[in-house]
Design a protein around this ligand. Structure first.
Ligand code: ADP
Ligand code: MG
Length: 621
């Protein structure tokens, strides 16, 4: 017998430390995790034996057994599923390849309370056995292979793998319970845990004793009529399929009949899963064919922007021996995908109409992902636009585009927005001043995806989207509520010729650093701001792309002056005497100032500070 001693991958060691030391509440979920793994292992073998019937070696009566030995203080969980070979053991029980591991470790280390919700969210799964056991021994043989192996660990730094023997394929896990965890050696306790967390598992979970006792109802929950399923049962199933611990925000269970028939039991999580923004943008829906699990790794079941949806789709219209590759261009699956998309979008619409507050919670979690749909799913663009919500200058509530258009001001024919990553910074943007003064609502676009769908969509209800940091802002046509005057802040503005003269002087000083210098009515309190030209890329998008290392066509900004600002008026007067050092300094300083407000860099810091010093000095004289 050869014994091999191996170390856990560093992340696993960290995880184990967290699991054994800080996540102390709700320890009973270890059993849910082990049963869930056993059930997955049986699903896998059932699937594999569709194409290779020898694999199950005549033993395809899948079941999970629990056995207690009070003298040895052990709890044994066994399955006749696919099992693991030597390499599987190392890969599955010695490393962790899940996305979000680091985020999980960090979050768990920070939460001193030991938030068990994190385990559920992240699904440390197998490792949760070390919450209750001081030693774990896994004896397993992979279906179709000769050799069996024993994996053993106390959950501290390393584990051993030895060759072993095992009757039949599958996995047996023996937990040597900690002294203070003997409650999990009581039949009553086990019965309760299984019915609470694992009732929906569609294979029998059998407690071995004097006689065999099946603890669960052992039928696939989605095949049962919705009226017979309690909310609690839905919730537990959601925890199982989604590896989550929160409550589902929305449950959609229905059977679709017609040309193509399928059943879906879908959930929208109540909180945001950790892997939502990984580059793979994977979905996690489980696809079944007549209750046989096929895959949970198939991009063709649901569009990527709905990847937060969890649950099961089961159709008898796909061939049972369908390979995962065959799913790529399967017309039946394509129809199911469309059906699911329509269903989800229409349920969301209902929720949005019925319960705006509840819908806002959903949007906070998944809005940024849903917006990808506006961009990517042309067939449902209208629906997705109607579902979108935004923050705006109008208050703290989420606003729909329909709301926005309904309260547009007289004379307003565009949907105004400003984009950037920090809403608090955006709220202070000088470009907003004129809009605020007129009571014109401006939407805040704070998700990177906004930069892509807005130009793609262009309009909503025939109103163009207009960035207020781009192009000219003609606010003069828009009427302020209860105000008949066409324009109200012109009277205290500097005279037009004077302003034009100052603009020309500034342009002469600044040269190619600016594309143009012009007067604007977009400002009320600030003296200046910069904007991009109508045809240019929005400056926020330019910044974003640069941060991602992309080359962006350099385009100088337009500098805009506020003709009602006292500083600008003084400069207008000064410029009547021709150019001077003061005009020169002012032009540079005001441009730099405008750049700073935008969060942009000043190209020449030392020139900036020299000018600043000289201007301050003059001010003190
Ligand atoms: P997850 O179930 O989310 O993948 P776990 O930590 O629960 O994470 O399990 C890790 C992996 O170990 C599983 O993906 C599976 O490959 C393997 N595994 C665990 N338990 C079993 C089992 N009873 N039979 C076969 N493989 C198993
Ligand atoms: Mg698991």
């Amino acid at each position: 017998m050869t014994e091999e001693k191996l170390s856990f991958q560093a992340e696993v060691s960290k995880l184990l430390h967290i699991v054994t030391h800080s996540l102390y509440s709700n320890k009973e979920i270890f059993l849910r995790e082990l049963i869930s793994n056993a059930s997955d292992a049986c699903d896998k073998l059932r699937y594999e034996s569709q194409t290779n019937s020898d694999l199950s070696e005549g033993d395809s009566d899948f079941r999970i057994t629990l056995k207690v030995d009070k003298d040895r203080k052990t709890l044994t969980i066994a399955d006749n599923g696919i099992g693991m070979n030597h390499d599987d053991l190392i890969n599955n029980l010695g490393t962790i390849a899940k996305s979000g591991t680091e985020a999980f470790i960090k979050a768990a280390e920070e939460s001193d309370k030991g938030d068990v919700n994190l385990i559920g969210q992240f699904g440390v799964g197998f490792y949760s056995s070390f919450m209750v056991a001081e030693k774990v021994v896994v004896t397993t043989r992979k279906a179709g292979e000769d050799k069996a192996w024993a994996w053993e660990s106390t959950g501290e730094g390393d584990y051993t793998i030895t060759d072993a023997t095992r009757d039949g394929h599958g996995t047996t896990i023996v937990l040597y319970m900690r002294d203070d965890q003997s409650e999990f050696l009581e039949d009553m306790r086990l019965r309760t845990i299984v019915t609470t967390y694992s009732d929906h598992i569609d294979l029998p979970i059998i407690l071995l004793g004097e006689e065999e006792e099946t603890l669960n109802s052992a039928s696939a929950i989605w095949t049962r009529p919705a009226k017979d399923i309690t909310e609690e049962q839905y919730k537990e199933f959601y925890h199982h399929v989604a590896h989550a611990f929160d409550d589902p925000w929305l449950t959609m269970h229905n059977r679709v009949e017609g040309v193509i028939e399928y059943t879906n039991l879908l959930f929208i999580p109540g909180s945001r899963p950790m892997d939502l923004f990984t580059p793979e943008r994977k979905n996690h829906l489980k696809l079944y064919v007549n209750r046989v699990f096929i895959t949970d790794d198939c991009d063709e079941v649901i569009p990527q922007y709905l990847r937060f949806v969890r649950g099961v789709v089961d159709s008898g219209d796909l061939p049972l021996n369908v390979s995962r590759e065959m799913l790529q261009h399967n017309p039946v699956l394509a129809k199911i995908k469309t059906g699911l998309t329509k269903k989800i979008l229409s349920e969301l619409k209902k929720k949005a109409e019925k319960d705006a507050e509840g819908y806002a919670k959903f949007w906070e979690n998944f809005g940024a992902v849903m917006k990808e749909g506006i961009y990517e799913d042309f067939a449902h663009q209208k629906e997705n636009l109607a579902l979108a919500r935004f923050k705006s200058t109008h208050g703290d509530d989420w606003v729909s585009l329909t709301d926005y258009v309904a309260r547009m001001k007289e004379g307003q024919d565009q949907i105004f927005y400003i984009s950037g990553d920090d809403i608090e910074a955006l709220k202070k943007s000088p470009q907003l001043e004129g809009f605020k003064a007129k009571g014109v609502e401006v939407l805040f676009m704070t998700d990177p995806i906004d930069e892509f769908w807005i130009p793609g969509v262009g309009q909503f209800e025939e109103k163009n989207f207009q960035s207020i940091t781009k192009g000219g802002a003609d606010l003069s046509k828009i009427k302020k509520d209860g105000d008949d005057a066409e324009d109200d802040n012109k009277e205290d503005a500097a005279d037009k010729d004077g302003v034009d003269r100052l603009c020309a002087a500034f342009k002469a000083v600044l040269g190619d650093a600016v594309q143009e210098v012009r007067s604007t009515d977009r400002l009320t309190d600030s003296a200046v701001c910069i904007v991009a030209s109508e045809s240019a890329m929005d400056r926020n998008l330019q910044r974003m792309l640069k941060q991602h290392g992309q080359t962006v066509p350099e385009e100088a900004p337009i500098l805009e002056l506020n003709p009602t600002h006292s500083l600008v008026k003084k400069l207008v007067d000064l410029s009547a005497d021709g150019t001077s050092q003061t005009i020169d300094d002012a032009a540079h300083l005001l441009l730099d100032q405008a750049r700073i407000i935008e969060g942009e860099n000043i190209p020449d810091m030392s020139a900036f500070s020299k000018r600043m010093t000289s201007v301050m000095e003059k001010g003190l004289m």
